[in-house]
Write a protein that binds this ligand. Structure first.
Ligand code: NG6
Ligand code: CA
Length: 511
């Protein structure tokens, strides 16, 4: 009888989960860096030795994606694990935009915080602050600290938008109350200098948009006054963020930590530090690639110095594909030569062709990840579920609706561990891409911005029609098979429609 009870107990004990591992996690996200913009992905126009070293020591993905072809929706889905097209108001955030991720939302930092991690975001935010608008002179809340981060040191929007100040936790850093910061959409006074009225003062001229308030010889999107002591120089952004990150890592080296290092390189205005200026053959855009590579190298050095390389999963990715002229005259087009920023892919930033979302994507965890190249499909939207699995955390049932556990692929375990499908979107989700294995469906309801894709291949079905491409033969999506493959077209359109209608792709019940 006794034996029967013991046997019964043994048989009913749930399958033992693998012990949770708690490596430190650093996600370094570049801004507008294309698949073909780094040397380990094939370019010889610019050298990125640090990223190349990371790839040699880790896994380099050939189907690594962000989930959207602009910044705000990719960052939204990276942090929430939900496709941005499911949530209105997730397009490119304006300077005075409210906090887009509402407190109480399940997020990647919240999951890791529950796992005992110290969590920080250092760099570009661009997901809004405050509600209904940012209180620049008071408490900037809600923001990262209300959705799972313990610490933040931010550029609030993007650097071609005002204001050029750091936000540390809830406040604008170094703000003098006697010189309040005002941010707005209209010219504050007749004599306020702008890129239109004072173009002769500019050190980098604008080409379109970007002609409002001038700071540091560069005119921006939006207007602001005051906060003079709080303003930074564009040239110093990367140095400051590397310094802040090193400091924060040192402070938290005894704990598992999660750092989201959100670089502004290589977004416009492309103003690298003076030591990188003129150092690439590609002009400022290439100089910023060198600066981004330097940042990756500095963080790797810090991990080596602190003996953390074997205790840290380091991931490098981008928030959207490449763009040449994004509003400033910075020679990106003129100095391009034969360089292909999106590699063999079509489109780039703003596009749902592969070049818009397929980007450099590398994971390294020394001693744990088998180095190599992976063709598994992985996406930044998956990091929430994957890191939850890694650290043994469950996910709120109604959160992270599209985040799939691709941990096996990220760690280079044998067998197919990536996704079988992926939704790709443009800024507001008007245009969609849908990858299903080797096939790609493109659904355009609006034409993308043509000026942004100068000299990147641009080939598209007419608005309202679907394009269908077979990626192994046609990675550049040039040969539309929708007419010759009606069955495939029908099944993919059906799958895409279902994915949207279902409201989620992560199974509601966790296995
Ligand atoms: C666009 C800007 C572009 C860039 C982009 C956001 C114009 C004409 N274009 O509206 O320059 O700022 O927004 O880029 O203003 S992102 O990478 O942050 O999404
Ligand atoms: Ca971007």
């Amino acid at each position: 009888m006794k034996h029967t009870v013991i046997l019964f107990c043994l048989l009913t004990v749930p399958t033992v989960l693998p012990a949770a591992e708690k490596p430190n996690i650093i996600v370094i996200m570049a801004d507008d860096l294309g698949y073909g913009d780094v040397s380990c992905y094939g370019t010889s126009a610019v050298q990125t030795p640090n990223i190349d070293r990371l790839a040699r020591e880790g896994r380099r993905f050939t189907s690594g994606y962000c989930s959207a072809s602009t910044c705000t929706p990719t960052r939204y889905s990276f942090l929430t694990g939900t496709y941005a097209m499911r949530q209105k108001g997730t397009g490119i955030a304006p300077p005075n935009g409210p906090s887009i991720i509402k407190p109480g939302t399940e997020t990647l930092p919240a999951i890791l915080k529950r796992a005992g991690y110290a969590t920080a975001v250092i760099g570009k935010w661009h997901l809004g602050l405050g509600d209904p608008t940012p209180d620049w002179n008071g408490t900037l809340k809600p923001g990262p600290l209300e959705i799972g981060f313990d610490y933040c040191f931010l550029l609030p929007t993007t650097n071609d938008r005002v204001p050029q100040v750091y936000v540390e936790n809830h406040r604008v850093k170094h703000l003098d109350p006697a010189d309040p910061l005002w941010v707005g959409n209209a010219k504050p006074s007749e004599d306020h200098p702008t890129g239109l009225t004072h173009r002769h003062l500019l050190k980098m001229d604008w080409d379109y948009g970007h002609n409002a308030t001038i700071h540091n010889g560069i005119s921006r999107i939006g207007f602001y006054t005051g906060g003079m002591k709080a303003r930074f120089r564009d040239e110093d952004l990367s140095d400051e963020w590397v310094n802040q990150s090193n400091h924060w890592i040192e402070q938290h080296k005894e704990r598992p930590f999660f750092l989201f290092f959100a670089s502004h390189d290589i977004h416009a205005p492309r103003i690298a530090h003076e030591r990188f200026q003129g150092k690439s053959a590609l002009g400022p855009r290439g100089d910023c690639i060198l600066e981004f590579d330097w940042c990756v190298g500095e963080l790797m050095k810090t991990l080596d110095r602190l003996g953390l390389a074997e205790k840290t999963l380091l991931l490098v990715c981008s928030d959207n594909g490449p763009v040449l002229n994004d509003g400033y005259k910075d020679d990106a087009v003129e100095k391009l030569g034969t360089h292909q920023p999106a590699g063999v892919f079509s489109g780039g930033k703003y596009s749902v062709f592969e070049g818009g979302t397929r980007t450099p994507f590398i994971t390294r965890w020394k001693g744990r990840i088998q180095p190599g190249v992976s063709d598994q499909i992985v996406c930044t939207v998956d990091l929430a579920a994957s890191f939850a699995a890694l650290t043994g955390q469950s996910i709120a049932e109604h959160g992270c609706l599209d985040s799939l556990n691709v941990l096996g692929a990220l760690l280079g375990q044998p067998g197919p561990k990536g996704r079988d499908h992926l939704l790709q979107q443009d800024n507001n989700g008007d245009n969609l891409g849908f990858r299903d294995g080797d096939w790609k469906l493109v659904r355009l309801t609006k034409r993308g911005k043509s000026q942004a894709v100068v000299s990147l291949k641009q080939h598209a079905p007419p608005a309202g029609k679907h394009g269908l491409y077979y990626l192994p033969d046609d990675p550049g999506e040039q040969n539309d098979l929708s007419a010759s493959q009606p069955d495939k077209l029908k099944s993919m359109v059906g799958r895409l429609d279902k994915l949207i209608a279902d409201g989620r792709t992560r199974p509601a019940k966790q296995p």
